[in-house]
Design a protein. Structure first.
Length: 247
């Protein structure tokens, strides 16, 4: 589904990504871990098409198509999801209606009938234990950390993307909110989609069990393995990775 080949990127002439190679197949969950400043959020932003960074080399392929030059909206229409910013005055529900219908339009489909849209909103909000009153609030404006993360998963549920990129989804969550968010991700997993989870800590991976764990260090993926790699990182810390690289 997703292929990243020799991806290199910089910001203000500072190299951030230094040759990322990654393949994510449909049905898989990949966790990307690493210390602060390793390039994790940069990688997430570049896959989604955010223009804060300059891509200096490499390719990003989605289902064999090079999407490296596409705008974020075009990537979203092709099934790439990453959480949006605050949009004052636009409710969660109205944003979702617009996003879904714009994607349908881009793919040659008619707008979703209002009754189907309402049914979908009801089903997904119940699935994720979201209060319907919550959906009338302005998009992300004034949300707590837990509310933002739960809303992120709700939007993922509504849009049903091919590829979801969850950047530090566990940040600021208490244990109950973490379980609800992780449960939502697990319910939305299928053989037709894939998820990239970016996190500092192993605790999220107790709930969202990855097929693969990759360690990003100084702009490169320096180690990959199964879920046991996350436990090893928790035990030994990232200095262990640094020592391995320098050995």
């Amino acid at each position: 589904m997703l292929q990243i080949k020799n991806l290199q990127a910089s910001i203000e002439d500072k190299d951030i990504l230094k040759g990322i190679n990654l393949t994510v197949n449909a049905g898989e969950v990949h966790a990307i871990m690493g210390p602060n400043g390793a390039g994790k959020s940069t990688l997430a932003s570049i896959i989604a098409g955010k223009e804060d960074y300059e891509v200096t080399d490499g390719q990003i392929l989605l289902d064999g198509e090079d999407i490296s030059e596409l705008a974020p909206e075009a990537r979203a229409h092709k099934g790439v999801f990453q959480y949006p910013v605050e949009i004052p005055g636009v409710s969660v529900t109205n944003f979702m209606k617009t996003a879904i219908n714009e994607t349908r339009k881009a793919n040659g489909k008619d707008e979703m009938p209002a009754n189907e849209m309402l049914k979908l909103i009801r089903e997904k909000s119940e699935l994720l234990e979201i209060d319907r009153k919550f959906l009338s609030r302005s998009l992300n404006e004034g949300f707590s950390g837990g509310e933002k993360k739960r809303n992120e998963i709700f939007q993922m549920a509504m849009l049903e993307p091919k590829l979801a990129i969850l950047d530090e989804t566990d940040s600021g969550l208490d244990i109950d909110a973490l379980r609800i968010v992780a449960n939502g991700v697990n319910k939305l997993k299928s053989a037709d989609n894939a998820v990239i989870v970016i996190t500092h800590y192993q605790r999220l991976l107790d709930y969202i069990v990855p097929d693969f764990v990759h360690v990003l260090y100084d702009g490169k993926i320096v180690k990959s393995g199964g879920k046991e790699l996350a436990y090893e990182l928790e035990e030994k810390g990232y200095d262990w990775i640094k020592q391995e690289i320098e050995a």
